[in-house]
Design a protein around this ligand. Sequence first.
Ligand code: ADQ
Length: 412
Amino acid sequence: MASKKIFGIVLAGGEGKRLMPLTADRAKPAVPFGGGYRLIDFALSNLVNSGLRQIVVLTQYKSHSLDRHVSQTWRLSGLLGSYIASVPAQQRLGKRWFAGSADAILQSLNLLRDEKPDIVVVVGADHVYRMDFTQMIDAHIASGAGATVAAIRQPLSLADQFGVIQIDEQNPDRIAAFLEKPKDAVGLADSPDEILASMGNYVFDADVLIEAVRRDGERSDSNHDMGGDIIPDFVKRGEAGVYDLNRNHVPGSTDRDKFYWRDVGTIESFFDAHQDLVSALPVFNLYNREWPIFSQQLNSPPAKFVRDANNNVGTAIDSIVSLGCVVQGSHIERSVLGPWSMIESGAKIVNSVVFERAHIGAGATISMAILDKDVVVAPGATVGVDHDLDRTRGFTVTDSGITVVGKGVRVD
Ligand code: ADQ
């Protein structure tokens, strides 16, 4: 890999409909995660930790907050040609935005022409995981495939959310069949309740990728989608390789988190991933300093826990409390507090995720809830305690009983 020039493309245009209302004002990759992170930080950290230094982030829907995050947080020095740049839809093929993820690459082909890389790593931006891409790139080069798809085992019940891979028995590094989000998938021979899913991360020989998206762009019967059109085309031609995440070894990973890969595209999975983070021994370890997950460096004071006027102590257990928070005479349990949240006297927050700059008034109760940025909860008010009341106030309540309050809402 040492002599090859590698270029990274992050597909970050997804709408994230299933995360509404958290994606009402921001693209899914910009959704906050784990206190101070955004979802895109996981993909970018993996690429940067893998040594990539030329990366573009292709954006589309509601990209303002994503652009701001990428430009403020992911500043590589610019020396030696290093950069991470966010590139909005170019409309270079006429007055239209991107059609699908392959069209997004087609519209940005000038970037590849300028840089002339040998290899292009294309990744999604909405998963929580660690992966060393150098190992996948080496496997790609060794196999001689034009395209290599990263894969991980997932439950059969989730097959309709993933590209499902069938391995070539004669040549286990190759894909024999690929079905994008099939309704009637069959389990693996050695594990009937599982399928081999595409992670939506790919490695391509650059010239082969350019040719493939160009060819796809001319087809009227294509949705111009990487998973739905480009990869199946490579498979048909016998040119698609597979790289199983099981082969990946990330420095500092533990036995518990080495194959953790979580699609946090629904409110339930987003909530569950946070409940994992706040447990004493989470599966996903944010504290691995050998493969750090980078994010914005806030210019904020540390979190503070103080008594109130009646001498009630401010406490947080099994929780993540971000910079700038003040917990005064109130109690936080199994929850994540985003930066600059103020929790007043006697308030209680349990099993919840609170984004940036929340203000929780005295005596308020928050339970099994996700509060978006700038939510204000009036003294004594509740969220997640009475679901009928939550619904009448216009909040989203999931079947599993998670209440979601949108950005900037005042709860009385
Ligand atoms: P999905 O995630 O459902 O499945 P898609 O909606 O195309 O596929 O999103 C893939 C990535 O591309 C996401 O990061 C998204 O933000 C981004 N994206 C989508 N449209 C885009 C556009 N027009 N411009 C820029 N970026 C765009 C994919 C694969 C499956 C695989 C799953 C793994 O298609 O085969 O199993 O990911 O989660």
